[in-house]
Ligand binder design. Structure first.
Ligand SMILES: [Zn+2]
Length: 62
């Protein structure tokens, strides 16, 4: 997940901002950071959305 993608993401439930916690990342040829593993946390909902193999999973969680 590119940082430019992260910047346009919001919580699917409350549409609030997501806080990114990076576990593993790489840097693309253009210098942009690409998150491989991490979590997107919504403070308001208290939910963590996983980023796995570069793909953010923003499905609402029960
Ligand atoms: Zn939320």
């Amino acid at each position: 997940m590119k940082m430019s993608t992260y910047e346009i993401l919001c919580c699917p439930v409350c549409k609030g901002e997501l806080e990114l916690k990076v576990v593993e990342k790489t840097v693309l040829e253009n210098g942009e950071e690409d998150v491989i593993e991490g979590t997107l946390h919504c403070e308001k909902c208290g939910v963590d959305y996983p980023v796995s193999e570069g793909i953010p999973n923003l499905l609402p969680q029960e």
